[in-house]
Design a protein around this ligand. Structure first.
Ligand code: ATP
Ligand code: RIB
Length: 315
């Protein structure tokens, strides 16, 4: 059985579907607003639990009604929330999301409790997971010192660590020596490449070149999610990393893309859960990419996340 600790943000998502995304200064109107569970950490925890893993989640909510319902939703998914801090005088995180008919989105997040998650809470949760978890997944909508605490404590206890750099924090350079597995999307890869591996002229290079150079710098696998184009993997078995180290996996075929919100979180949760269970990087990414493609067929970050049987069938 795979056992995973997820460290990251939990939000309440308010979603409005509109004919198109608003431009700067513009108001667009949709017929309804729906409320969903969100936050990249909590979403990934749910994806991992639905894929069959035992999952603990570490994060922070406010001691308000939104925090209570966020935790109830996670418990109902079978996620252990013992390591969640419930904080007074700060609200639970909230995301305002607009989705267009092609499933593209715009998201603004009010961090609330996520923005004051204490690094000591994270350190304690990762220590508690030592000897239990096969992997720690960290997403970065939380303070930089909390991210560092998760990565460094995981490495100190010999636990495999995956970092989803969404968003890319300037402190990422300090984490390179811990050799986390990185899972950026293509725009995050570009930023990471500029921070970690860019040459003196800073010229724009292809995603293939960028992923090779970032993996060479970290010495660990880098998996880039490419939306409808699937994923690109650099798994450095050799030094230097070469194009022959690259693996591409196509996305699953989707009849109608309704909402891509949380697709990356689904990939990360299912990927990290499979790694925790002993899968290779490529096998874990194959499960992740299939699960993520299944997830885009419904409104809401978590609604379309598949269970283990659906992932197996799609594979
Ligand atoms: P988000 O921030 O919205 O959660 P992301 O930018 O981190 O997403 P993407 O690269 O857009 O992540 O997508 C992650 C995975 O989701 C892809 O690798 C793919 O498996 C699946 N996916 C996303 N969009 C599509 C699509 N249009 N068709 C099929 N699969 C998709
Ligand atoms: O990745 C999708 C998530 O990003 C949403 O659920 C929203 O809460 C934001 O954190």
């Amino acid at each position: 059985m795979s056992k995973l600790l997820v460290v990251g943000a939990v939000n309440v998502d308010l979603v409005v579907e509109t004919d198109r995304l608003p431009g700067p200064g513009e108001t667009v109107v949709g017929p309804t607003v729906t409320r969903h569970g969100g936050g990249k950490g909590a979403n990934a925890a749910v994806a991992a639990a639905r894929s069959g893993a035992h999952v603990r989640y570490c994060g922070a909510v406010g001691s308000d009604d939104m925090g209570k319902s966020a935790l109830t939703e996670l418990r109902d998914e079978g996620v252990d929330v013992t390591d969640v801090a419930v904080l007074d005088e700060v609200s639970t995180g909230m995301a305002l999301i607009v989705v267009d008919p092609r499933g593209e989105n715009q998201i603004a997040v009010g961090a609330g409790a996520n923005g004051v998650l204490d690094a000591d809470v994270v350190r304690t949760a990762v220590r508690r997971a030592a000897g239990w978890a096969g992997c720690v997944l960290v997403s970065t909508e939380i303070p930089a010192d909390a991210v560092a605490a998760a990565v460094e404590t995981a490495v100190a206890h010999g636990i495999r660590c995956v970092v989803n750099p969404a968003p890319v924090l300037s402190s990422m350079t300090g984490l390179v020596s811990s050799a986390p597995i990185l899972t950026p999307n293509s725009s995050e890869l570009r930023i990471l490449h500029g921070m970690l591996a860019d040459g003196p002229d800073g010229a724009e290079s292809s995603a293939e070149t960028q992923v090779i150079e970032v993996a060479a710098r970290t010495g660990a696998p880098v998996i880039v999610t490419l939306g409808a184009d699937g994923v690109l993997i650099a798994d450095p078995r050799s030094d230097p990393v070469t194009p022959s180290d690259l693996v591409t996996l196509p996305a699953g075929r989707v009849d109608q893309v309704v909402d891509t919100t949380g697709a990356g979180d689904t990939f990360n949760g299912v990927f990290a859960a499979a790694l925790a269970g002993g899968s290779t990087v490529v096998d874990a990414a194959s499960r992740g990419v299939v699960a993520a493609s299944l997830s885009v067929a419904a409104i809401g970050a978590r609604t379309g996340m598949p269970r283990d049987e659906e992932i197996r069938r799609a594979l």
